[in-house]
Design a protein around this ligand. Sequence first.
Ligand code: NDP
Length: 387
Amino acid sequence: MQNIAIFGATGSIGGSTLDVLSHYKDRYQVFALTANSRVEELVRLCESHHPRIALVADESKKDELAFALKSRGLSDIEVWAGESDLVRLAALPEVDVAVLAIVGAAGLAPTFSAARAGKRLLLANKESVVCGGALLMKSIKEHGAELLPVDSEHNAIFQCLTSASDEDRKNARLILTASGGPFRKRMDLTEVTPEDAVAHPTWNMGRKISVDSATLMNKGLEVIEASWLFGFPPDRIDVVIHPQSLIHSMVQYADGCILAQMGAPDMRTPIAYSLGWPERLDGFAKRVDFAALGSVTFEAPDIQRFPQLGYAYEALRMGGAASIVLNAANEIAVEAFLDRRIRFLDIARACRHMMDTMVLAAPKSLPEVLAADREARIKTREVIAQW
Ligand code: NDP
């Protein structure tokens, strides 16, 4: 039995993980569940999965959580709260696997804690790699942790690289696929609403990442992630639009051979792969019906309409804290867009402005990463407030 702690259990990845775990109760035990502030949702999950620990990151909700659990007859579940408990939980000896599915920079501290404690990390939280890539990879190596990428693209690349020698890797190219998002065919993006932007054509995801898919920032963040996770420079990472989301990503080797990983667009598949690795768990996800699918298509991304993809390459090449600045600017701008304070095209404008005006040295520690992130957020908020 392996003990699983799910950080961000009340979110989209958290829910998919719990669904996978419910199929393998003989192998995995839900040990801990965390949420930010949605106590009711967390309690509902505690009722169905009965973890040993329930954690709410917003400390002011601790009593509410304790009371709600008690009133449902679940007072045997330990109540933890706050960021320091998130960090403590990730390093707890009883935890075998940490599923890191918190959205945003709040996911960095527990991710680094799990790495330092030598855990198996099922990593969905993009920001940990985008902001702390070099430091995180170093920590994983030093502490003998295992990093299994949950994001479908990186999980696909992980699978396509398994049999590659160091020499093969040196000359290979990564090809990340992108669905193209809801606006692939929409030329005029000036009047896009939050409802339009979160309506993803193939994937069912949280609101922030859905907007990132609509701007192609998500693909840009994935380019940065892929560079750190697999040690590839930006000029050996390509992006191709593939609207059917059948091929999750590919690796092209020096001899021209391409390995592609395919499957239905269902996050439960990469989650199950990462849980079971190096074994494959018996599948329960939908099978692909190639005959019904008919054809698959590819096209180049439109960098003019979706400039944030280009900004991500630029940030990687700039180095320093450019990826942190880009990520923070995007997160604040997406939040403002979802709150209807700025327009869709202002998200890219905020990212551009911040990259042009804020140049910070490469952070040397997690506190420096978090400080750079905080500074970039404050500046972005100030800029947006003036628009
Ligand atoms: P959701 O918005 O659906 O869920 C986010 C989770 O994080 C919730 O449990 C939320 O708690 C918690 N959370 C939010 N803020 C904080 C905070 N400050 N401190 C602690 N916990 C917090 O996100 P997704 O599941 O869509 O995405 C999670 C991560 O995985 C993101 O980094 C995303 O980019 C990445 N990812 C997602 C994919 C997907 O298909 N959804 C695919 C690949 C990667 P509460 O409910 O209480 O607010």
